[in-house]
Design a protein around this ligand. Structure first.
Ligand SMILES: NC(=O)c1ccc[n+]([C@@H]2O[C@H](COP(=O)([O-])OP(=O)(O)OC[C@H]3O[C@@H](n4cnc5c(N)ncnc54)[C@H](OP(=O)(O)O)[C@@H]3O)[C@@H](O)[C@H]2O)c1
Length: 257
């Protein structure tokens, strides 16, 4: 049976790719973001695909917008199977010297945005008999990057929330997968706060198509946490087991020049 999926941040990058890949395999997607024109183009692009893409303008900082997206799933399909809290914003800059509005935006969009998304979606997941929540974290949540530590902190909060939700929602038959993503080609480096536009780093970068395909595949399984490449696992393990080396290495990649 076709699944119904709600994706935040579907106007660009990995979210957009996931929406197309789900529609290609016949699933229906409620695609949300702030840029409605982008979502409408995406829906047109999917017109000939097996599944539908329904665009819904929604700012993840506005719970009423997310409720509207969940209501669209209920009205169109009468159910919701998967929620992907994907919308996010990056940041570069020293913790103390970054503009407060950048720090606030990064913490709010990544953390508050994911919370509003999940809190809006869970009642319909429960009504549908269960489902799957996918949270998008980062390898930098475990290997805190100096000069992008506010972003690392926001994603470390996602790890904690994913862990708590997995236990709290087990009785509702709702599974939670946390994705520890590594560096991916998308608009992320162009729009991030602090040093927008600067090349991400010299670390190897995967395509948004590849990242999306791995996440879409993970929704068919019950995985707790996934990392998509060996390099991401190495960065993560270095951050956990030899943090003094990790700090030195990441400083070279992230320090402003
Ligand atoms: N790219 C990487 O290297 C990388 C690495 C690790 C983790 N991640 C994570 O992967 C996820 C997807 O990132 P990406 O690389 O695809 O980035 P992207 O290309 O910049 O896309 C970000 C998406 O988030 C949406 N968004 C931002 N603020 C929003 C808000 N207030 N309300 C609703 N939507 C909002 C944007 O849509 P609108 O602007 O239209 O609202 C856009 O669709 C993020 O959680 C990111 O932190 C990315």
């Amino acid at each position: 049976m076709a699944k119904v999926i709600l994706i935040t941040g579907a106007s660009a990058g990995i979210g957009r790719e996931m929406a197309l890949q789900f529609a290609r395999r016949g699933d229906h997607v409620i695609a949300t973001a702030r840029r409605l024109d982008r979502l409408e183009t995406l829906a047109q692009e999917a017109a000939s695909l097996a599944g539908k893409i329904i665009p819904v303008e929604a700012d993840v900082l506005n719970p009423a917008d997310l409720q509207k997206a969940v209501d669209a799933a209920d009205a169109q399909f009468g159910r919701l199977d998967i929620v992907i809290a994907n919308a996010g914003l990056g940041q570069r800059g020293a913790i103390v010297d970054s503009a407060w509005e950048d720090v606030e935006a990064v913490l709010r969009i990544n953390v508050e945005g994911a919370l509003h998304t999940i809190r809006a979606a869970v009642p319909l997941l429960r009504k549908s008999g269960g489902g799957h929540i996918v949270m998008i974290s980062s390898v930098l949540s475990l290997a805190t990057g100096p000069y992008c530590a506010v972003y690392s902190a926001a994603k470390a909060t996602i790890n904690a929330l994913a862990r708590g939700l997995r236990v709290e929602l087990r009785a509702d038959h709702i599974w939670v997968t946390n994705v520890l993503l590594g560096q991916t080609h998308s608009e992320f480096a162009q729009v991030r706060r602090g040093q927008a536009g600067r090349v991400a780093s010299k670390l190897p970068t995967m395509s948004a198509e590849y990242a999306a395909s791995q996440i879409v595949r993970a929704t068919d399984q019950r995985r707790r946490t996934i990392t998509l490449r060996l390099i991401d696992r190495l960065i993560m393990w270095m951050g956990i087991f030899v943090p003094w080396i990790s700090d030195r290495v990441l400083e070279r990649f992230y320090k402003p020049h």
